[in-house]
Design a protein around this ligand. Structure first.
Ligand SMILES: Cc1cc2nc3c(=O)[nH]c(=O)nc-3n(C[C@H](O)[C@H](O)[C@H](O)COP(=O)(O)OP(=O)(O)OC[C@H]3O[C@@H](n4cnc5c(N)ncnc54)[C@H](O)[C@@H]3O)c2cc1C
Length: 401
């Protein structure tokens, strides 16, 4: 296997790493202390700089103003950007817009593409993805109460969703709702584009997550769809194909997420090693002289490297044999990397002692917000069960000595 990074990618990664170090990490103290909306003008300035450097929207097609990188190239970019909580947003490749752009590109009508893709890729508008419901298990989303019922030329949507990330300030939501209740469980729901100013779209609140409600892009909303009316032409893809489209959204999306998490690991690791190197723990003795800390450093280095290679391998599998054949690899990285990240952030925080609990470093932010990685896009347990079932099936009838 060839692990060489092309000259083109070395240059791009060098530029991105420098930008993250010089332009984004210095913004973090303000980001951690002030309401997100007050920082948007400053963030917009940084986005303009990224566009001038021609590094905007690295994962999106060139025809819409992106860089058109392939999955492995973008995986490396996502790692570099993950080092700062502002990285993906400033470079125009943030979730959930990235996934929504992919499915609009793949399943949208010409009219939908023309209307939504250019401003979305350009960062002029934002979007959100509204599937999880308050009262029903997100882990088993075929249990869904939200309905979209035809009435004249419209759909009328009713339901209560939550964890619709970044709905605050978004221009539209892609909503999963039951349109075909008589069909089989995986063919009952559809995706419908709902502008956030449609009558009956009610943003109830930004949910406090570990004590922080956030705002604008950096928030997760509860939304009540109350006789919310949109034209039937807002259907995305075929009616009843909501889960089929959702599957399409998940494969490459997991690579993006996992490499962002590796970027977070790298940042937490850098902070941990630097603190251990500098912190005097007894006269003339640095924290890094303690064997237990050395052991943490070595373990974290090994865990990060193993996780990183697993993700790059999964990306390679998706490109070589396709998402379906790479199902196991995609499920494995989802829970392995989320857990490695949690461990690395926790160790880094521990090495910082009381300082780790403050917002004087970015570690507490990562600790609060990235815990969710073990829950969204499929909880650890769900991925483990599905991988184990497939493995057990492969062993059916085989004689093992
Ligand atoms: C920060 C954050 C952002 C999110 N963003 C979005 C978004 O933008 N759009 C959106 O629609 N949703 C979003 N979600 C929702 C997310 O997808 C759901 O929280 C997730 O699917 C789990 O669903 P649930 O919360 O209903 O938990 P449940 O389904 O109630 O599961 C609870 C727990 O039960 C266990 N469990 C579940 N099933 C099984 C099983 N089969 N076997 C063993 N154990 C099991 C797991 O430990 C799981 O964590 C977000 C969530 C978070 C925390």
């Amino acid at each position: 296997m060839d692990f060489t990074v092309s000259e083109k990618m070395k240059t791009i990664l060098g530029m991105i790493n420098e930008f993250v170090d010089k332009e984004l990490i210095p913004l973090e103290p303000e980001f951690l202390a002030k309401p997100a909306r007050s920082l948007l003008p400053g963030i917009e300035e940084k986005r303009k700089m990224v566009k001038q450097m021609e590094l905007w929207a690295p994962n999106h097609p060139k025809e819409y103003g992106g860089m058109g990188l392939d999955l492995i190239e973008y995986a490396l970019v996502s790692e570099a950007l993950g080092r700062s909580p502002l990285g993906h947003f400033v470079f125009g490749c943030q979730a959930p817009d990235a996934g929504n752009i992919e499915i609009l590109h793949q399943f949208g009508t010409d009219e939908q593409k023309e209307k939504y893709l250019p401003p979305l890729v350009d960062g002029k508008i934002r979007s959100c993805f509204s599937m999880t419901e308050v009262e029903l298990p997100g882990s088993n989303p075929v249990m869904m109460d939200t309905t979209a019922v035809k009435d004249g030329d419209d759909y009328v949507i009713n339901g209560q969703k939550w964890y619709t990330s970044s709905a605050d300030g978004a221009a539209f939501a892609i909503v999963m709702a039951v349109t075909n209740p008589e069909a089989g469980p995986y063919l009952q729901a559809s995706m419908v584009i709902v502008p956030t100013d449609a009558p009956g779209f009610n943003l109830v609140r930004n949910i406090p997550v570990m004590g922080h409600a956030g705002e604008d892009y950096f928030s997760h909303a509860e939304i009540l769809y109350q006789n919310c009316r949109v034209p039937q032409k807002n259907l995305l893809g075929a009616e009843g194909h909501g889960f089929i489209i959702a599957q399409e959204r998940l494969g490459p999306g997991r690579i993006h997420h996992c490499m962002r998490w590796i970027g977070i690991c790298n940042r937490a690791f850098d902070l941990m090693v630097a603190r251990a190197r500098d912190r005097i723990i007894a006269p003339g003795r640095k924290l890094a002289t303690k064997q237990i800390i050395q052991s943490w450093i070595a373990e974290c280095a090994a865990d990060i490297q193993a996780a990183r290679l697993m993700v790059l391998h999964a990306a390679w599998m998706i490109e070589k044999v396709g998402k379906k054949e790479a199902r196991n690899e995609i499920s494995l990285i989802k829970f392995v990397v989320a857990n490695v990240m949690q461990k690395v952030i926790d160790r880094a925080l521990q090495v910082h002692g009381g300082l780790g609990m403050t917002d004087d470093t970015v570690l507490a932010f990562f600790f609060r917000h990235e815990r969710a990685a073990r829950i969204y896009d499929g909880a650890d347990e769900v991925h483990k069960i599905s991988v184990a079932k497939r493995i057990l099936k492969q062993y059916e009838g085989k004689k093992i000595k």
